[in-house]
Design a protein around this ligand. Sequence first.
Ligand SMILES: *[C@@H]1O[C@H](CO)[C@@H](O)[C@H](O)[C@H]1NC(C)=O
Length: 270
Amino acid sequence: MAARVLLKEGSIAVFLLVILGIMVLEHQYGQVRSYLSSNSNTPNVVTTSSNDRVGEARAAIQSCRIESLQDIKQFFGYFDQDKYKCLNKKSFGGTESYGLNRLIKFTDGYKYVCLDPGVAPPPSHCLVYSFGINYEWSFDDAMGVYGCEVDRLGGIKDRLGHAGRRIDVLKMDIEKMEVEVLEEVLSHQPELLTSVTQFAIEIHPGAYKGQNLSDPTNIFQRFWRIFQQLKCLGFLLLHWNYNPAVSNRYWWQGSRQSTCYEIVWLRPPA
Ligand SMILES: *[C@@H]1O[C@H](CO)[C@@H](O)[C@H](O)[C@H]1NC(C)=O
């Protein structure tokens, strides 16, 4: 008898706790909502509504005409195209390293950013998202000194999706994983990239040694598709250079190439 009463009182207590829990959660959710809506009044926020952005980005990818890479010279030639005319391009970061048994000193880890009005990260309220796994943070530190809030690491897609703000610079140094990440983002959530103004990345296609380019899974073919999709989203080539590490350089039919490239694209605001 006493046990049954206790059980009954216990159930009521659990019931009350659940109700209290729901109220607390609702309160917190409300705070998050009001935080988000108050944040949406800051000047840094993407102005088009997020539904528009999602629709526009997906339509741009769907209607994107992709041509396959015909030969490797076409890939190398990608970098010869006219670049975005930036009047004030500045490199941030960089640390000295040694190659070839400490005989050759070079600087690695820097990235170029365009500081022209309209596309420059606004120093008082800029946002840099940095995804890297090579323990090279000199660029991030330099952007912090410039005045940006720098958000490092984390799940790439989750972080991009939750940003909600314009991302002035997205930096990605993820040592060969970039091709998977970009293919995934471009085919499923291209809108994650259209809130980015400048996109600095190190790509690692490796050396071309006569691999079969008719194979759609060939790494150069995959990067070629990515280049075209980025163009369809409105990204223009701002800068490129061979990765400065001498050990990454190689020759292919008389032309000196590199197994990895530093690339920056810029998406001018509409
Ligand atoms: C190249 O790849 C294509 C498509 O996978 C295949 O049909 C062709 O036979 C390959 N060529 C050579 C030389 O291996």
